[in-house]
Design a protein around this ligand. Structure first.
Ligand SMILES: Cc1cc2nc3c(=O)[nH]c(=O)nc-3n(C[C@H](O)[C@H](O)[C@H](O)COP(=O)(O)OP(=O)(O)OC[C@H]3O[C@@H](n4cnc5c(N)ncnc54)[C@H](O)[C@@H]3O)c2cc1C
Length: 305
């Protein structure tokens, strides 16, 4: 049992025990964590992480959970949510056409995009329609679109706040994250508001057509393999509409698993495995998981230790 009295000496944010994590994920399934921390500001993170380290308590970051599948048994450790304490977006400056924006890791991408569009800043509008937070987007190890715009990352590593400056910045991330991202500084340019509004609208329309954004509980399943689209491979292999318990591969977008009340993480996990096996059998392609499994104790090879 962890001593919360020690943590309370330097941590004024929210602390909850046995917090259910399902509502922090887009699949909407999964069990509880032992401890849940909601810092009031980024300054509270180093002390909290040092305490967790001293108690050898594993931790995960929970953001919007668009890329996370938590097991029905939940997570034996701590979950940290940065939306409240690190959710701001502001303009730091810029010269001539340049605009420098700083976004907290807990800020939703939609908020960052709105901020830029409202302030005549170009470069983010094409991301409209991607759910999740800045922290979640920047830690995606295979993301080739968002990270290149990032000039500087403020993070906690080894219990200390530090800054990593790009290009080529390397983050140590994973379901049991080692680096905790606090904010990112993004180099953008000035833009015309009407063009930005149009760009945002077009991106939204495109993603709405490609993905079931209207389905309240839909988690993305597999990465696109090189030169192929996972959704096409799944459709061609007959996975659209495939079901396991309360989890269904969306008919229109089979790379998204739709869950309903009563669905379990075990249903989602079984469906993911069946779909993976079906695609391998029919096409010879091995799909890798986009959703990061947490708390499955090695039942998924992709799960980080
Ligand atoms: C319906 C749907 C449509 C999508 N469409 C797209 C799309 O078009 N394009 C696209 O690129 N992606 C898409 N995605 C994927 C998803 O939106 C992104 O990967 C998203 O940015 C993840 O953010 P999150 O806040 O949900 O992260 P989470 O899933 O909560 O977390 C992801 C990982 O990041 C870690 N993490 C989160 N915050 C931090 C932090 N501050 N420090 C360290 N580690 C952290 C977590 O521990 C976890 O391992 C889609 C997802 C869904 C569900």
């Amino acid at each position: 049992m962890m001593s919360l009295a020690d943590i309370r000496q330097s941590f004024r944010g929210g602390i909850r025990l046995n917090e259910p994590l399902a509502s922090y994920t887009s699949f909407g399934v999964g069990g509880a964590c032992d401890y849940f921390f909601e810092p009031l500001s980024s300054g509270e993170l180093p002390g909290l992480l040092r305490h967790l380290g001293a108690q050898t308590m594993p931790f995960i970051l929970v953001a919007r959970g668009c890329n996370m599948l938590i097991s029905d048994e939940g997570f034996r450790g701590a979950a940290i949510c940065l939306e409240r304490g690190c959710g701001g977006v502001h303009l730091r400056g810029g010269v001539d056409e340049e605009r420098i924006v700083v976004a907290g890791a807990g800020a939703r991408l939609a908020r960052l995009i709105d901020f830029c569009v409202q302030n005549g800043i170009a470069g983010m509008e094409g991301f409209a329609g991607i759910p999740g937070t800045v922290g979640g987007a920047v830690t995606d190890p295979e993301d080739r679109s968002f990270l290149p715009l990032v000039e500087e990352v403020e993070l906690v590593r080894g219990g200390e706040i530090m800054k990593i400056i790009g290009p080529g910045l390397t983050l140590r991330t994973g379901p049991e994250a080692r680096d905790v991202i606090l904010s990112v500084t993004i180099g953008l340019t000035a833009g015309k508001r009407d063009e930005l509004l149009r760009g945002r609208r077009n991106a939204l329309l495109r993603r709405n057509a490609e993905r079931p954004l209207n389905m309240p509980k839909a988690g993305a399943a597999f990465r696109d393999p090189p030169g192929r689209r996972a959704t096409d491979l799944l459709r061609d292999s007959g996975c659209a509409g495939m079901r396991s318990g309360g989890a269904v591969a969306a008919e229109s977008h089979p790379n998204y698993i739709v869950t309903s009340g009563g669905s379990r993480a075990a249903d989602v996990a079984a469906l993911l495995r069946t779909m993976q096996a079906r695609v391998r059998e029919r096409t010879g392609v091995g799909l890798s998981l986009l959703a990061r499994p947490v708390g499955f104790h090695g039942h998924f090879p992709e799960e980080a230790g």
